[in-house]
Design a protein around this ligand. Structure first.
Ligand code: AMP
Length: 402
């Protein structure tokens, strides 16, 4: 299967070849023909599968075919993404694919006045995070009345971050005759509901069943005591110092503390989390991308959707509370067909999280070190459970004399 087989014209095919995209990925092969026919598409695919081009190419082709210029403040195609980083990345991909279309980015953490000025001229494709777009709508800086294309990227993440109410405000403002494409790594019930609300008779395309981890990622878990996690991480990182590693921590403070400990241990480390300014986050990502920083410690929200080629290892220093996030995290490695490793740490408090992840994966994660906590804990607990316990402060009720 080639891009020509999918109906792409020669100049675009040669531009793709120049970008290192010589043949379509499975999600592109499945989604693009339907999208080019004008159908709504519901794509189940993780980041790393080439889903940006799966919606980006049909979008760019449709925009380039219709030579109408956007009206002032108008937008012809809208892409909504859950985070600033993902939105920024989508713009970079669309610019590479499109050549001369007017593509704008509106995300929080950047000057709204600059964005207002940019939008005033009219935009072919607007890539936005929902919160900032609502601000701009409220200021009447943007008019979605002529928008004929809507893409909802990483829809499951949008749900997690609570963007659905924003979507409820944005969608009715769009042109009635529109084509909608929605992509999600997982397919919980709420996503199906979202698809029913915003897509019309969609074609469903899927490259890996919901929750199934990228097949090329070798996953393993270490059962480790809380106070040993850091030493174990340093030990493992030491084994591949020249490689890029992404380390996930649960909290902002935890991520910052861990990053400093890694720096003290001699690693070129940086962190991205919600307490960092947009500038700091951009700089950390750029340094990670160019290899100045080898270990990036991140929280889920900050790392969502980031695409950095050559991340060999993803460490789940803390397991995520939401099992689907594990799938997102490990999808940062083994991107675009490369091999990758995902290493999880599991303390005695995290057995529940691990079992929930394994349920979503439909498989057990291979044990790389230690022994599962459940068996030891359950063994210790069993005799105690059998003993009848008296609730503190309560005496057995005495029978009252009649
Ligand atoms: P995405 O899932 O859109 O984040 O894409 C993940 C990575 O795959 C990006 O670095 C893309 O440049 C790369 N990619 C996308 N499509 C192709 C293709 N057809 N051939 C090779 N690489 C691709």
């Amino acid at each position: 299967m080639t891009f020509t087989d999918l109906g792409l014209k020669a100049p675009l095919v040669s531009r793709l070849t120049g970008l290192g995209m010589s043949k379509p990925t499975p999600i592109q092969a499945k989604a693009i023909p339907h999208a080019l026919q004008g159908r709504d598409v519901l794509g189940i695919a993780q980041t790393g599968t080439g889903k940006t081009a799966a919606f980006g190419l049909p979008l760019v082709i449709a925009m380039s075919a219709d030579t109408a210029r956007p009206a002032p403040r108008g937008v012809r195609g809208l892409v909504l993404a859950p985070t600033r980083e993902l939105a920024t990345q989508i713009v970079a991909t669309l610019q590479a694919l499109s050549g001369d279309l007017r593509i704008s980015l509106v995300v929080g953490g950047k000057s709204i006045n600059v964005q207002i000025k940019q939008l005033a001229r009219g935009t072919d494709i607007l890539v936005a995070t929902p919160g900032r777009l609502i601000d701009l709508i409220d200021r009447r800086a943007v008019d979605l009345g002529q928008t004929r294309f809507l893409v909802l990227d990483e829809a499951d993440q949008m749900l997690d971050i609570g963007f659905v109410h924003a979507l409820r405000r944005i969608a009715p403002l769009l042109g009635k005759q529109r084509q909608t494409m929605m992509f999600s790594a997982t397919m919980p019930k709420q996503i199906a509901a979202l698809a029913r609300d915003y897509l019309s008779d969609p074609v469903r395309v899927e490259v890996s069943p919901p929750g199934r981890a990228a097949e090329k990622v070798a996953q393993s878990v270490h059962f480790v005591a809380k106070d040993q996690k850091q030493a174990l991480l340093i030990d493992l990182l030491d084994g591949h110092r020249d490689d890029r590693a992404l380390v996930f921590a649960r909290t902002k403070h935890g991520a910052e503390r861990l990053m400093k400990q890694l720096e003290r241990a001699g690693f070129a480390a940086a962190s991205i989390h919600g307490n960092k300014s947009q500038g700091q986050r951009d700089r950390a990502l750029a340094a990670f991308r160019d290899g100045t920083v080898r270990v990036l410690v991140a929280t889920d929200v900050a790392a969502r959707g980031i695409d950095i080629p050559g991340v060999g290892h993803v460490y789940n220093f803390d397991l995520p509370n939401v099992p689907e996030n594990y799938v997102h995290r490990i999808g940062r490695t083994a991107r675009a067909g490369r091999d990758g490793r995902a290493v999880a740490f599991c303390t005695s408090d995290e057995m529940g999280e691990l079992r929930a992840i394994e349920k979503v994966l439909g498989a057990r994660v291979e044990i790389a070190g230690g022994t599962p906590w459940t068996s030891a804990r359950e063994a210790a607990k069993t005799p105690a459970k059998r003993r009848p316990r008296r609730r503190p402060g309560r005496r057995p009720a005495k029978k009252m004399a009649a």
